[in-house]
Design a protein around this ligand. Structure first.
Ligand code: GDP
Ligand code: CA
Length: 324
């Protein structure tokens, strides 16, 4: 298994990829990352999921808080707020702002997001190829009913997620700009040449769902010559570390590992997966998933530390090997 390609969101994706790299130190790992959370803020291009992965693999992330840079301060953000620029509820740390300034500068110099990401990641020796799914700006927006005015409004995903903590029901998710977007050649090539394709235990709607919504990706996953194995981001009916349940509700999928697996669907039946890992507490759902054509195994899925994430990656790779 020398070439592994992972579809990943931010925090869940980063934890998983760190374990995968630990399990397969010699492998060529490509990570196709969600860019739907990206936005222009205070004149800067902010890419939350790319940065979560970069900081985590670069050992620069704040483990305690779960996101952002370790040793962070917020002096610049306070200045921006004093000027009424940006979003006061969306704090950008000073060190993190350095990343956004560097990224915006490279983009303004004419580099693509893929090239820009490679330049930023080079500093951190992350050990994997970090690939934005698209170089086009495709931003996830959320249709809500404004709790104050009762009017239907569309807001950026980060406003819904961070400001409203996903507490205002999402009527639907929109991928702004998707019609004129394409997946990058690098991402498509990583799927084409992979010995295994893995879906990280990431948000099925606004991380994996956004990646697969980018034109070209779903077709490339279906056409991949290696097995496609997913890891359930839901354990015992709970959205672990996050609010994935609020996203699943909007698309009418139950918050269970089984419902998410069947939502992705079996590749042999026109879906995306050959294999699926559920947590050991969800072992009762193995039979119905197998009936749906998805080879399923129940193993511990809590990514408590690098070793635990590596064990999950090992189980995914072992399942892929049996399916080859
Ligand atoms: P985000 O972009 O930062 O929201 O991160 P992701 O989309 O990559 O991952 C968030 C999702 O990861 C959460 O909604 C959870 O469903 C899942 N998750 C987080 N921690 C764990 C864990 O320890 N085990 C499993 N199986 N899933 C997890
Ligand atoms: Ca995200």
């Amino acid at each position: 298994m020398s070439r592994v390609t992972v579809l990943a969101g931010g925090v869940g994706g980063a934890r998983f990829v760190r374990g995968l790299a630990h399990h397969l130190p010699g492998a060529e790992i490509s990570v196709i990352a969600n860019t739907g959370d990206d936005l222009w803020l205070a004149g800067l291009r902010v890419c939350p999921d790319l940065d979560s992965i970069m900081y985590t693999l670069g050992a620069a992330n704040d483990e305690q808080r779960g996101w952002g840079r370790v040793g962070e301060s917020e002096r610049v953000s306070a200045e921006l707020t004093a000027y009424g620029v940006g979003w006061p509820w969306f704090t950008l740390g000073d060190l993190d702002l350095g990343t956004h300034i560097a990224r915006s500068a490279l983009l303004r110099d004419g580099l693509t997001l893929t090239e820009t990401t490679a330049r930023l990641a080079a500093r951190w020796n992350i050990g994997v190829r970090l690939l934005p799914v698209t170089d086009d700006e495709v931003e996830t927006h959320v249709e809500i009913v404004d709790p104050e005015t009762g009017a239907v409004r569309v807001i950026h995903f980060e406003e819904w997620w961070v400001r409203h903590r996903a507490s205002v029901p999402a009527r639907r998710f929109l991928h702004r700009g998707v019609d004129s977007a394409t997946a990058t050649e690098e991402a498509l090539d990583a799927l084409r040449t992979a010995d295994i394709v893995l879906f990280a235990p990431s948000n099925p709607v606004v991380s994996i769902g956004t990646i697969t919504a980018i034109p070209g990706i779903t077709e490339a996953v279906r056409a991949a010559s290696g097995p496609v194995i997913g890891i359930a981001p839901i354990i015992a009916g709970q959205a672990v570390r996050g609010m994935a349940d609020a996203c699943l509700r909007a698309i009418g999928v139950d918050t269970t590992a089984s419902a998410v697996g069947r939502h992705y669907g079996a590749r042999e039946a026109g879906g995306l997966l050959d294999g699926w890992l559920v947590d050991e507490t969800d072992a009762a759902s193995v039979a119905e998933l197998e009936e749906a054509g998805i080879r399923t195994e129940a193993v511990p899925l809590w990514m408590t530390d690098v070793q635990a994430s590596a064990a999950i990656a090992a189980a995914a790779v072992a399942l892929a090997e049996r399916l080859r």
